[in-house]
Design a protein around this ligand. Structure first.
Ligand SMILES: NC(=O)c1ccc[n+]([C@@H]2O[C@H](COP(=O)([O-])OP(=O)(O)OC[C@H]3O[C@@H](n4cnc5c(N)ncnc54)[C@H](O)[C@@H]3O)[C@@H](O)[C@H]2O)c1
Length: 262
């Protein structure tokens, strides 16, 4: 099936590693042009270089998406290089670092909401303006099943993801008549650099055996009994961006091994 993504421009935030990197590479395989955002210029350039090495087009566009002006500048830079922005993927997000809510301080929740929720709102606002002028576009945000069911030690993260789900559903209604679809892909636990580092931290803090038991307990909540690979999330994002999903908007799709069935 032709997914209709060749020569489309895709902007992916937080694409310097993990799920974002996998998303950027998956679009490049479909011959899309990829604008690779990350707050780390080094990571954004490395992934853009990786894509160019495959023969596809890519542009590193480092920016801190917590700053609206930086996002507007980034969108300008992308449009100086590429003729359109057809797909925006709001991927950048951070968690509560295992902290209980009462152990958190304003700087903790400002960071989580600033990147995961405000960052996505900044990008949606700056990019939607151009998509409306084009008369078409697709916005996909990466939430989390934590935002659907709520998770302890992820209280602010759950709020940021529930927030992006509500914002996306509302935006789908505003922008649908302008030819723009807005959907959410909601992963469960996924094997990325960040989750692997957290697992190592737990092993150090509680010992290998206890950490292994905890992992087994966590896996029991997943009917498929394994965590996702970043590529499995990326493939769904590509599908939602493709012509196969032209008539779908305002939806939340869990890619979580059955963790969240609602
Ligand atoms: N890994 C999981 O288990 C999991 C599960 C569900 C949902 N998610 C969501 O998927 C997305 C990606 O997760 P991941 O594990 O790959 O993340 P990650 O931490 O591995 O990578 C996130 C990237 O975002 C970048 N970033 C951070 N702040 C930024 C900012 N202000 N501006 C631009 N870029 C910034 C980081 O530099 C990093 O390269 C996140 O939204 C996360 O909440 C992840």
């Amino acid at each position: 099936m032709d997914l209709g993504l060749e020569n489309r421009t895709v902007l992916v935030t937080g694409a310097g590693q993990g799920i974002g990197r996998a998303i950027a590479l998956a679009f490049a395989r479909e011959k899309a042009r990829v604008a690779v955002n990350d707050v780390s210029a080094e990571r954004a350039e490395a992934v853009a270089g990786e894509i160019v090495g495959t023969g596809a087009e890519a542009l590193a566009c480092p920016a801190d998406i917590t700053r609206y002006e930086a996002v507007q500048d980034m969108v300008r830079v992308v449009l100086e290089r590429f003729p359109t922005i057809d797909v925006l993927v709001n991927n950048a997000g951070v968690g509560d670092q295992g902290k209980l809510f009462l152990d958190q301080r304003p700087s903790d929740w400002e960071r989580v909401l600033g990147i995961g929720l405000m960052g996505a709102i900044h990008c949606n606002h700056a990019v939607a303006e151009y998509m409306v002028a084009q008369g078409r576009g697709k916005i996909i945000s990466i939430a989390s099943d934590a935002g659907r069911v709520g998770e302890p030690r992820m209280t602010v993260y759950s709020a940021s993801k529930a927030g992006i789900i509500g914002h996306s559903k509302a935006l789908a209604k505003e922008l649908g008549p302008r030819g723009i679809t807005v959907n959410v892909v909601s992963p469960g636990a996924t094997e990325t650099e960040t989750t692997l580092a957290r697992r190592k931290d737990r092993e150090r803090a509680m010992g290998e055996e206890k950490a292994r038991d905890l992992l087994q307990k966590m896996l029991k909540a997943y009917p498929l009994r394994r965590f996702a690979l970043p590529e499995e999330i990326a493939d769904m994002v590509v599908l939602v961006a493709s012509r196969a999903a032209d008539y779908m908007t305002g939806q939340v799709i869990s890619v979580s091994g059955g963790y969240c069935t609602a």
